[in-house]
Design a protein around this ligand. Structure first.
Ligand code: HAX
Length: 436
């Protein structure tokens, strides 16, 4: 028998065992967790500590105890701007305090003096073969800079554990400051003329990103908005958890953030924002420029579900209400682009999709997550290359993960090492536990 045929046969024999475990023993408790939690991606198991953010299923995310609306209201903003400084958010994530104007400006200086990208990073980006995904290039560019790691050098020189956080702090700032330049050069290479727009040291993080993208106001507000709402979602989501997991081996910030970018690049996680746009574009094409009726939208949603696919931008592993990150973006759209056809379509879908997911009865959360709205805004401002959207997510998420990594080192969180069991062991443990 050919190897692959043999493997297929074994997989088909094995699947009913996993299905039976979930169906008949899902609620059985083994060592304080249920069989369905052991098999089902460790849902809800409390096994991580972070003080940077907390996700309540009904309320959504809080950064350092502040709701997103409070964060947007309280953080210092550039003169005349609607959205706060990204640097001020990083100050909050790192210290737990809302910065004064002076403290925010100190953080802006810290970012500013670390912006310059080593030449070899451009060369690495230049060397990627055509059709590489921007997230792949972004991850590689971050990893390329690992040779700069201050932590790695200090560790090899023999530093006290109590001081580990200090070089992590330096690495984190050094990397974060460079991400907009990395991302916008990837954008220029893949989708523009390949020429980079020089960074402007007089601009804040968000405004400089918009400037290097070559997009006018209010895209600077969009950049600040997006970097802030994507920054953190407590520690159990795949990207944050990956960053933490890799760092738990005492890997440096570059290795950890590059790994988290890879986790973010999966379609069930950060890549969902590009999937939403692809799905919406297919729908627009089908509508052929005509206004959609509610019936047509319902049919389109059902067709997606009946073909075995998920509705991108809907559902969540923790949230059980509309994601406040969706709501904040919706408020931005209502203010700045209420007549945008794509936004109007997303708004209509907000009414149509949840009842259908409820009727189907599978998704525990039928409400939209942040990815349902993100791409629509970038599309409106001319970034129609939807493969790029997750790179913006990655810049935002790096802020939260970097703050977590500094604190991971400060508090000396150990190497992660959960325990696995075999299917046969689980079957036996589940049967014994059920019999008691
Ligand atoms: N459309 C169709 N089916 C869905 C669904 C959706 N949007 N959301 C969940 N389901 C299905 C699941 O696929 C699962 O089906 P099976 O039992 O056949 O495996 C069932 O409902 C139960 O899933 P769940 O417990 O409600 O959700 P999970 O915690 O397993 O998964 C996901 C959470 C976000 C992955 C899921 O809701 C999903 O696939 N959504 C669409 C993709 C998406 O928008 N991802 C981005 C999420 C936010 C994020 O992390 N951004 O980065």
């Amino acid at each position: 028998m050919r190897i692959k045929d043999k493997l297929r046969q074994k997989i088909e024999e094995w699947r009913p065992r996993t299905e039976k475990l979930l169906k008949e023993y899902g609620d059985v408790v083994i060592d304080k967790v249920t069989v369905s939690q052991i098999i089902g991606g460790m849902r809800g198991i409390k096994s991580l500590v972070t003080d940077i953010s907390y996700l309540d299923p009904m309320e959504g995310i809080r950064y350092r105890g502040y709701t997103l609306h409070e964060v947007f209201e309280k953080l210092p903003k550039p003169k005349g701007a609607e959205m706060p400084y990204v640097e001020a958010l990083y100050y909050l994530l790192l210290t737990g305090d809302i910065p004064t104007e002076e403290e925010a400006s100190e953080m802006i200086d810290e970012f500013n003096k670390r912006r310059i990208l080593p030449r070899y990073v451009y060369e690495v980006i230049d060397s990627f073969p055509c059709c590489s995904h921007p997230m792949t290039i972004f991850s590689a560019a971050v990893m390329t800079m690992q040779r700069e790691s201050f932590f790695a050098k200090k560790y090899h020189a023999g530093i006290s554990k109590l001081e580990y956080w200090d070089p992590m702090y330096e690495d984190a700032l050094n990397l974060l400051a460079k991400l907009p330049e990395v991302a916008t050069y990837i954008f220029a290479k893949l989708y523009r003329d390949g020429k980079r727009i020089q960074s402007n040291p007089n601009l804040d993080y968000g405004a400089n990103f918009a400037h290097m993208m070559g997009i006018a106001h209010p895209y600077d507000e969009v950049a600040r908005l997006h970097f802030i709402i994507h920054a953190d979602h407590e520690s159990g989501n795949v990207s944050a958890h990956t960053g933490h997991l890799v760092a738990s081996t005492l890997a440096d910030v570059y290795l950890s953030i590059s790994s988290m970018v890879n986790g973010l690049a999966g379609p069930l996680h950060g890549l969902a924002n590009q999937e939403v746009l692809r799905w919406l574009q297919d729908l627009m094409e089908m509508l052929d420029g005509q206004e959609s009726t509610e019936e047509e939208l319902k049919q389109y949603v059902w067709n997606t579900l009946n073909s075995g696919q998920v509705i991108p931008g809907y559902g969540h592993a923790v949230l059980r209400k509309t994601d406040p990150r969706y709501t904040i973006q919706r408020e931005f759209c209502l203010k700045h682009m209420p007549e945008d056809p794509l936004f109007k379509l997303v708004n209509k879908l907000y009414k149509v999709v949840p009842p259908i997911l409820q009727e189907q009865g599978k998704a525990k959360n039928p409400w939209p997550n942040l990815d349902a709205q993100t791409g629509v805004i970038h599309w409106h401002y001319g970034v129609t290359q939807y493969d790029f959207y997750t790179v913006l997510f990655a810049i935002g998420r790096s802020l939260g993960i970097a703050a977590n990594l500094v604190w991971d080192r400060a508090l000396g969180y150990p190497l992660e090492r959960p325990k696995s069991v075999t299917t046969a062991m689980l079957e036996e443990m589940a049967a014994n536990a059920k019999a008691q």
